[in-house]
Design a protein around this ligand. Structure first.
Ligand code: ZN
Length: 249
């Protein structure tokens, strides 16, 4: 079975359509989204609509913040999430469509477990909110606790930094493994990166293809100038949210 694992779309329609086209070209129909469909970007409605029929979708912290009270959000993220809420509110006689989108967000599960695979947004300890950064490999206690919380393979997003955490407390970036990695007996956590707001210095949209026990990190060019202009034109979305798309930071 071939699966595409996407995460952290953040209302970036151009990046999402680019990635979905790439997945389609590969003939993959099983698509798992690990959360944060909305937040930061200019197209929450359109991005949710494209995610309604995915095989699996997990709750991200921004998805949660759109529904409930945002927790620990900086002012820029907070303003963006309040605008996202407004954009999703029933207006212009589109109540049925709006309700469908709210239902989608409201029904997202916090994790998904399938055989030896665990899918979360943040971490196996706190599926929605905990960050696992590459430098956390130096926090042995944290890594030990996290690795105790899943059976074999854990897939996550949230930091927007793709790579592989191995049980020996080592982080391997996609470049370091030639963008391909074979799952073996050893436990690993895999961050699939971000579709709509990469932060590893590469502005291209990032996602992972999982074919049986081989995972491939893929990067997709998209026209971020279109997205950046929409962000600049939106007074509730800080210009910095556009600028960072150009840098992949
Ligand atoms: Zn995110």
């Amino acid at each position: 079975m071939k699966r595409a694992l996407i995460s952290d779309i953040h209302s970036n329609l151009e990046a999402l359509t680019g990635v979905l086209d790439d997945i389609d070209r590969l003939g993959i129909t099983e698509i798992y989204c690990l959360g944060d469909v909305v937040g930061y970007g200019p197209n929450p409605r359109e991005c949710i609509d494209l995610c309604l029929d995915l095989s699996v979708s997990i709750l991200g912290n921004h998805d949660q913040a759109a529904i409930f009270d945002p927790d620990g959000f900086n002012p820029v993220a907070l303003r963006a999430i309040y605008w996202t809420r407004e954009a999703l509110e029933a207006r212009q006689g589109a109540a049925a469509e709006n309700n469908r989108r709210w239902d989608f967000l409201g029904e997202l599960p916090r994790f998904r477990s399938e055989d030896e695979f665990l899918f979360v947004h943040g971490s196996p300890r706190d599926p929605t909110n905990e960050y696992v950064f590459p430098e956390d490999v130096y926090n042995q206690r944290k890594m030990d606790i996290l690795f105790d919380r899943f059976d074999r393979y854990c897939f996550q997003g949230h930091t927007h930094i793709p790579g592989i955490f191995s049980a020996g407390h080592h982080f391997t970036s996609p470049e370091e493994c030639g963008h391909e990695f074979k799952l073996a007996e050893d436990k690993i956590m895999v961050n699939v990166g971000s579709v709509g707001q990469p932060r590893d210095g590469d502005p291209r949209a990032c996602y992972v293809v999982l074919t049986e026990h081989v995972l491939t990190f893929r990067r997709v060019d998209y026209d971020f100038d279109v997205t950046i202009k929409k962000i600049y034109d939106n007074p509730d979305l800080d210009n910095m949210l556009g600028d960072r798309l150009r840098e992949g930071r």
